[in-house]
Ligand binder design. Sequence first.
Ligand code: GDD
Ligand code: MN
Length: 359
Amino acid sequence: MISIIIPTFNEADTIKLIVPRLSKVLQDEGISGEIIVVDDNSPDGTADIVMELAERYPVRVYIRKNDKGLSKAVVKGFELAAGDIFVVMDADLSHPVEQVPAMIRPILDGKCDATVGSRSVVGGGYHNFPIHRKITSKVAGIMAKGVTSLSDPTSGFMAIRKSVIDGIALDPLGWKIVLEVIVKTAPRFVEIPIIFTDRKQGESKLDSNAQIDYIRHLWRLYGYRFPTLFQFIKFSLVGISGLIVDTAVLVSFVDLLSFDPRVAAIFAFFAAVCWNYTFDRLWTFDSGKTTKIAYSFISFVTICLVGLGVRIGVMHLLIEYAQMGESPWYILASFIGIFTATIFNFFGSKYIAFSKLFR
Ligand code: GDD
Ligand code: MN
């Protein structure tokens, strides 16, 4: 059996069109299926209409009262669905109802575990879609290329084998449930060309918040896909902020408290180490609740001190053997030293200071 999940918000006009058409397609093709509408308590009475439709068609509605959002509604639909293949589609007939059999057939035939409706493969495209939305969609798609090989990453139309989703923690934000599912479950997928037709009834619920949510969602997915690289980027950002702290402390101690710069540098170093430790603990490695602070902090300080040695050692080698002692080359030598030390500090932090050793 297949379960077709349709998230809705204020789709009173469209739901009464799609349910009969979907039911007919299922019947004509001899597919046994159920339609699950997950409605976010729409004020326009969408849910009541589905309840009426339920007398004649294989459809039911679940009303979410305490939460909002397209993706989360679909996740709720996954929980409720009884089929062994799930289809996700919009209520507004933008996704071609007649393509549903083509979406599930490759899965039934064992060719793949998921299919995604694509506007970007041969045979796919748009009908009556405003140009600015096409552009937004394209840009959004390009931004996702690092996490998926989907040709149309912002598509909202897919079919997937239930067993692929089981046990995977889905944590979508905003709209892109298909992207979330494909990145997290990494199924064997096939793209099915679709013509996306803009809705004739009602209006799009996509607003500027959806775009911000999309960027936040992508950030998470990149983190999921490339955890170490992602941590390294965070670690480097914390490092740069630490450099600002270091300089601020140095300047204040020298200019305001008349310290010798070489002594002030020691205070500056420890201020920066404390700063970095805090943010690496809470943000980069997100280990604030579990890591025992004392040993982890002491090892972090030690790693940073050894890192300083690495930096000076690398500088020494470059000055000695690459003739980088003269201005301005020593600055480059210093940068290469900082970069090497950052890598050293990163792996030291990851595998010692914030590792399982101190949990
Ligand atoms: N439950 C629930 N909660 N459903 C929602 C919500 C919500 O907050 N917001 C929207 N929906 C439902 C709509 O009722 C509709 O069935 C479906 O999600 C898509 O909403 P539209 O408002 O029609 O979106 P769109 O046409 O702008 O965007 C569609 O096309 C984009 C591609 O350009 C969606 O499929 C997007 O995911 C897709 O990226
Ligand atoms: Mn739409």
